[in-house]
Design a protein around this ligand. Structure first.
Ligand code: NAP
Length: 292
């Protein structure tokens, strides 16, 4: 059986869906089932359940707010991860820890390899990296998967924001000097399930293929959604945020390919499928509304 934390979030939701699709026994839990910052509860819960693998998707993900909530962010991303890893150690189960491109400093324009030089620029990035270190210190049977620019049907993300603003505005300023890759949770969930069933432990980068800037991403969303909103490219310095983001978020997939895991489809293809998924979700909601 596979236990998935953060099952009410974007990624955890689709991981559970994929496990169910494959008929793999699993349990998805949210904060209301288990607060991962409570070490006694985590230990007791996991020792009781004895999963063969834990896919740890729960995290403190409010990147800007983290600059003012350092302790809360640390407790969830570092101590919470340590609690899960300690319990995995006790029952000898595998752990998949989800990390981020924000562990890198974003310099240069070459994709970061998995052992590239670490230099988080934000509290969130720092805590996610410390979470990686805890997993590596405590366990042998672990996967660390760095992902970026996540979008899934169960939560808010850049695409949803663009779709909303694209209907309200004729023009939008979007940063063009941060380059990375979007990650569709449906595609990633399939890879995570493959990993959970394997023993090819290690550190991997996993995003959809291809690189783009946020501005290119936004323009493509508008085009594919038939919205007449013009995207105006601006530099990051004209859009200051509380937390500093890396300019270069390109992640190399070399270790994924070397281990012969399937690489994820190109991001434009993932976007097409996501827009179809969103339309399906809207139709379902409207059908339900009509019935009531
Ligand atoms: N989103 C991105 O763009 C992005 C980019 C790179 C990496 N990542 C990583 O990818 C993973 C999944 O991200 P996501 O976008 O799916 O995140 P998400 O939608 O924010 O989901 C995270 C989940 O963790 C839960 N959680 C927070 N604190 C908890 C606690 N103390 N105990 C138990 N559960 C707790 C949250 O529950 P509540 O809703 O109750 O708070 C939420 O459901 C995370 O590890 C994240 O760091 C995300």
């Amino acid at each position: 059986m596979i236990l998935v934390t953060g099952a009410n979030g974007q990624l955890g939701f689709d991981v559970i869906k994929e496990l169910n699709k494959r008929n793999i026994e699993c349990l998805g839990i949210g904060r209301e089932d288990l607060d991962i910052t409570n070490s006694n509860d985590v230990y007791e819960y996991i020792l009781n359940l004895k999963p063969q693998c834990i896919i740890h998707c729960a995290a403190y993900t409010a990147v800007d707010r983290a600059e003012d909530e350092k302790e809360i962010c640390y407790n969830v991303n570092v101590l919470g991860t340590e609690n899960i890893a300690n319990a995995c150690k006790k029952i000898n189960s595998k752990m998949i820890y989800i990390s981020t491109d924000y562990v890198f400093n974003g310099q240069g324009d070459i994709p970061f390899e998995v052992d590239g030089s670490i230099g988080p620029l934000s509290v969130y990035g720092k805590t996610k990296y410390e979470g990686e270190l805890k997993v590596q210190e405590i366990l042998d049977k672990y996967f660390i998967i760095r992902i970026s620019w996540v979008f899934g049907v169960n939560g808010d993300n850049f695409i949803r924001t663009m779709l909303r603003l694209g209907m309200e505005k004729e023009r939008l300023n979007v940063v063009a000097d941060q380059i990375g890759s979007p990650t569709y949770t449906v595609d990633l969930a399939s890879l995570l399930c493959d990993m959970a069933l394997s023993e090819k432990y290690g550190v991997y980068h996993a995003t959809n293929e291809g690189f783009c800037s946020w501005a290119e991403f936004a323009s493509t969303i508008m085009k594919k959604a038939n919205l007449n909103c013009l995207i105006n490219s601006i530099p990051t310095k004209e859009y200051p945020t509380r937390a500093v983001r890396p300019l270069n978020s390109r992640l190399s997939k070399k270790s994924l390919m070397d281990a012969e895991f399937k690489i994820l489809p190109i991001w434009e293809d993932a976007l097409d499928r996501y827009l179809i998924e969103l339309r399906g979700e809207r139709n379902e909601r409207e059908d339900k509304y009509k019935k009531n």
